[in-house]
Design a protein around this ligand. Sequence first.
Ligand code: NDP
Length: 410
Amino acid sequence: MGRVLIIGAGGVATVAAHKVAQNPEVFTEVMIASRTKSKCDKLAQVLNEKYGTQVQTAQVDADKVDELITLFSSYKPDMVINLALPYQDLTIMDACLATGCNYMDTANYEPKDEAHFEYSWQWAYRERFEKAGLTAILGCGFDPGVTSIFTAYAAKHHFDEIQYLDIVDCNAGNHHKAFATNFNPEINIREITQKGLYYENGKYIETEPMEIHKPLNYPNIGPKESYLLHHEEIESLVINYPTIKRARFWMTFGQQYLTYLDVIQNIGMARIDEIEYKAPKADGSGDAVVKIVPLQFLKAVLPNPQDLGNNYDGETSIGCRIRGLKGGEEHTYYVYNNCSHQAAFEETGMQGVSYTTGVPAMIGAMMFLTGKWCKPGVHNVEEFDPDPFMEQLNKQGLPWYEIFDGDLEL
Ligand code: NDP
């Protein structure tokens, strides 16, 4: 039915590629391209051994539009699934426009030199994608992604008016490392060290990082301290559901994780600006001054999130807690998925956070290729029909559950 090109060969891309291979009636041809081709080849070999899938591979630097154009022109994918880093969103979108390819990603664009999370850069491509008759789907992981689809599903089936939205993201897993991040460490630490931000009564309210927190009960897990963070999906959800009076995002962190994070920040290792570092020259003739970004250096010494799966137990629980009106009466609704790290690892060799992101990425591409989510322009996922996506979540390993009129705790 369709030819896809996956860019990136990290944790999320690995899961998405497994899921693509499990759905050969939709994904008839597949290429995986990334900066390090050996990782693509290794993944292609696993997919061939496990599912008999023939996957092409290629080397590409996705920071370079000309390299991307050459690759897209020769492979001619129906859709490019961007599972590299948020820094590459715009170059990949440019190359899609130049070559007539549809586009999808799981995280909004971020400039390398500024940890700033907003959709404006990508929304600026709307008219160009529309005129070209191409679809761009933004933020199709779990959060953003499924959380926005959960909200769209609630709006479609359970509320006349959504008024209060709390997205709650709990990772109650244990990887048995002193400190590790669950996805790309550089991107993750940039995100969680920012100031908090939430939306209330038409405006955004900023908080100090991790300033607001409270224990929340998660299904099958119990109480976990949950911290209010700025998260990108709030920006599009409050526009697409203007009845929302307050929208917030909460994520759980253990005390040990926060202590390490505090130290990392206090000793300057979370800095994203360049510093000069004296490194010994290879020929032994003294030192050379090189420029390094401390956070990128830290990434090089932290555990690779792709290697956490083997010893990871426990589960994630991510969902939406919603309060609003139906038939003039107030109701609450909680829709969530729990995902076991071990089950994810057994199926794909990756832990639950990569799994919960990679599965929705595959489903988003499936929605496009099966004609259910085709709409020229640049769109956030809640702008599409949530029903076929929700149906696939149940079939593809991320079943969801609903609690009606329970205590939301928020
Ligand atoms: P990884 O670091 O594991 O993988 C990133 C991949 O992108 C690597 O294969 C890397 O190649 C490749 N890459 C990086 N730069 C380039 C480049 N210039 N050209 C080509 N390839 C490049 O990250 P994750 O898999 O953990 O995360 C992938 C994406 O998923 C990120 O954007 C992240 O923000 C997003 N995400 C979204 C979530 C959601 O729920 N929406 C949750 C978790 C993650 P190399 O091997 O050479 O470094």
